[in-house]
Design a protein around this ligand. Structure first.
Ligand SMILES: [Zn+2]
Length: 205
C-alpha cells in the first residue's frame, strides 16, 4: 500500500504540472486489495501528501476516522462497482477539455491518429449536481461502454488499469483539444474519413 500511495502522489503531481488538475479541483483514486484509496476533499494535487489519501471500503465507507474523502467519492465507488477491470480513476476540470463539457459537446471528431487509436469518442453525460447520486449513477452507466466521460458543465472522468495510464490518456485528450482549438484559427482541422479511422482502429490489435 505504501508504494501505491507514492505512485498516487507522483502521478497527482504530474497531473497538476501538466495543467490537468488546476487548484484544488478534481480528485484521484485507486482500487487495491478490496479497498479504495481516494484524495481527500479540497486538496491540491501537487501538495498532496500520504495523509491526504483516504482509505474507503468498496461501498465508500471511510475506514480512517476523522478523514474527509473527496466529495465525488460516490462517482469513484460506482465506477469501480460497474467495471472490475478499472483500478484507477482521475476526475479533472482541465480547462480546454472542460470547454467541450461546458458547450455540452462530446468529443467525437477524428483528425489525430493517436487520439483515434486510443478513443472512439469521449461521450457526454448530462448535467447533474456535482457530488450527487444522479451524477455518479449516470457516469457509472456511461462506463458500461466507455472508460471516460465528459460531465456537462463540469469536467471529465477517466478510468484505467493504473493511475499512470489515466494520466497518459488524459494528456492525449488535452493534446487533442488544444490542437483542435489551434487548428480552428488555421481554418479548422481536416477530418479523417471513415476508412482512415477504421485503418487506425485496426492498429489497436
Ligand atoms: Zn468535479
Amino acid at each position: 500500500m505504501e508504494n501505491l500511495k507514492q505512485d498516487v502522489l507522483y502521478w497527482s503531481k504530474r497531473l497538476y504540472q501538466k495543467g490537468l488538475m488546476p487548484s484544488t479541483s478534481g480528485n484521484v483514486s485507486v482500487k487495491h486489495d478490496g479497498k479504495i484509496l481516494i484524495s481527500r476533499s479540497g486538496v491540491c494535487a501537487t501538495d498532496m501528501k500520504e495523509e491526504d489519501l483516504v482509505l474507503l471500503d468498496l461501498n465508500g465507507n471511510v475506514l480512517e476516522e476523522g478523514k474527509k474523502p473527496s466529495s465525488e467519492k460516490l462517482l469513484h465507488v460506482l465506477i469501480y462497482e460497474t467495471r472490475s477491470d478499472i483500478k484507477a480513476i482521475v476526475h479533472s476540470h482541465c480547462p480546454y477539455i472542460t470547454a467541450f463539457a461546458a458547450a455540452n459537446k462530446e468529443i467525437d471528431k477524428h483528425f489525430l491518429a493517436d487520439f483515434a487509436y486510443c478513443f472512439d469518442k469521449i461521450p457526454l453525460v448530462p448535467y447533474y449536481l456535482p457530488s450527487s447520486m444522479d451524477l455518479a449513477q449516470s457516469v457509472a452507466d456511461c462506463f458500461e461502454k466507455y472508460s471516460c466521460a465528459l460531465l456537462a458543465n463540469h469536467g471529465v472522468v477517466i478510468g484505467a488499469d493504473t493511475i499512470q495510464n489515466c494520466f497518459y490518456q488524459l494528456e492525449t485528450i488535452k493534446n487533442y483539444v488544444e490542437t483542435y482549438f489551434a487548428a480552428e484559427i488555421l481554418g479548422g482541422a481536416k477530418m479523417f474519413n471513415k476508412k482512415q479511422i477504421d485503418e487506425i482502429k485496426k492498429l489497436r490489435k
